[in-house]
Design a protein around this ligand. Structure first.
Ligand code: ZN
Length: 431
């Protein structure tokens, strides 16, 4: 007997097909079989398991192209198992895991090992990035062809920039030949050296060393020039400031193959909101000024910023208690990303529901070349989230993530994921 699930009466939002209408969704053997009105009345489907989605949204499972799962090396902070459980709770059904593990995922054998581990442990689909340079030292390119053969979905030294423009140029040329997407963490380390916050009035008042917006934009501008030089595709991670958004906007106007992402903490929060010296509000790039936040939202609205990604970066309590200047950078985000985005972008009318779902599902799926993800088209993988857009809740520890370092703890959010299906199997039921 085929495994059949019928999701009944929800508002189906499938940006890839420009569909936004009340429909039933039939899943058979892990694939979307049919999306149509009135399926629940068909007698042939009488035996199917049904899920009532009336009054809710039914959307493609989210694709988060920027996640740190900490395995191998820091399993005390997160593992593939716990990180993907957190993803599922947030409606995220595919993640791209970054390569700044310990050791760095810069070779085919480690990548193959991780893919096998994920096949065993993961609750959602996990893709892996390979490092751009050996050991993320920025000196010697990793073996891209071997990484691709082992299944690397993209290349990134994220956590660190590739500071040497000559090496980054060669990385772009080589990745272009192999059809691999490069993702850059834009930060000029000479400008950001020793900083733990955004350079501005707040850091000054608190006596914290700030990193200026230009630390990011200098490298965004360099990267755009290298894209123009090489013709390679490049994705810019976690944009945080207005000048970077404008640089990407102009590059896109000139037809350059640049894409970009923004993180919920950057478009929801600003540096003046940081309570005291709470390091759960410390990440890299840092929370910036109100104008920067507004520019990110405008960039998401007009499509300059293609995707929303979490930069989920788990750190244990002990490390985060070390004081704002010495605690590590990073916050978790998988369990709250859709809720935060709904709160800051949809309920404020900055983005339509379709735009919001697009930035979190079909757009990142397209950037990563995933044909069967990010859509509810018949034949696609049945990765689905059911969302109550109006449910208010307050994220609080414990989380499914092993870590709890999030500035959204204790903040009221509007909108919540109720069910997540991966390949037609329910991973999270009503909480
Ligand atoms: Zn980064």
């Amino acid at each position: 007997m085929a495994e059949r699930i019928l999701i009944v009466g929800g508002l189906v939002i499938d940006p890839a097909r420009k569909l936004e209408a009340v429909r039933d969704v039939l899943i058979v053997d892990g694939e979307i079989r049919e999306v149509a009105a009135g399926l629940s009345k068909k007698s042939a489907l009488a035996g199917a398991e049904t899920v009532d989605a009336r009054g809710k949204w039914v959307i493609p499972g989210l694709v988060d192209m920027h996640v740190h799962l900490r395995e191998p090396g820091r399993e005390g902070d997160e593992t593939i198992a716990t990180g993907t459980a957190a993803a599922a709770r947030g409606g995220v059904t595919t993640v791209l895991a970054m390569a700044n593990t310990e050791p760095v995922t810069d070779n085919a054998s480690q990548l193959a090992f991780l893919r096998a581990k994920a096949a065993q442990d993961a609750k959602v689909n996990v893709l892996f990035a390979g490092a751009v340079t050996v050991g993320q030292k920025g000196e010697r390119l990793a073996e891209f062809a071997k990484l691709r053969a082992a299944g690397a979905a993209a290349l990134s030294d994220d956590g660190r920039p590739v500071m040497n423009a000559g090496i980054f140029r060669r990385a772009l040329e080589s990745a272009k030949d192999l059809g691999l997407l490069v993702i850059d963490h834009c930060e000029d380390l000479n400008l950001s050296s020793g900083a733990c916050a955004h350079e501005g009035a707040v850091a000054l008042r608190k006596g914290l060393k700030g990193s200026p917006w230009a630390a990011e934009t200098v490298q965004v501008a360099r990267d755009i020039a290298l894209v123009e030089l090489t013709g390679a595709r490049l994705h810019l991670a976690h944009l945080s400031c207005a000048a970077s958004v404008e640089a990407v906007r102009q590059a896109k106007k000139r037809g350059l193959p640049v894409s970009a992402e923004a993180c919920p903490h950057h478009f929801c929060l600003t540096d003046d909101m940081i309570p005291g010296y709470d390091a759960d509000w410390k990440m890299n790039p840092p929370l910036r000024a109100k104008d920067d936040r507004a520019a990110l939202i405008a960039g998401l609205a007009d499509g300059t910023i293609d995707a929303i990604a979490t930069d989920h970066a788990p750190h244990g309590c002990a490390a985060k208690s070390a004081g704002f200047d010495t605690a590590p950078f990073g916050v978790i985000g998988l369990e709250t990303s859709l809720s935060a985005a709904l709160t800051a972008l949809y309920h404020t009318k900055a983005l339509t529901k379709r735009q919001l779902v697009e930035r979190m599902s079909s757009a990142p799926a397209a950037l990563l070349g995933l044909k069967d993800k990010g859509t509810l088209a018949p034949g696609a993988d049945a990765d689905v989230a059911i969302v109550d857009p109006d449910a208010s809740w307050t994220p609080e520890a414990p989380f499914l993530s092993k870590s709890r370092n999030t500035p959204f703890a204790g903040r009221r959010l509007k909108g919540r994921v109720l069910h997540t299906f991966v390949a037609g199997r329910p991973v999270v039921h009503a909480l």
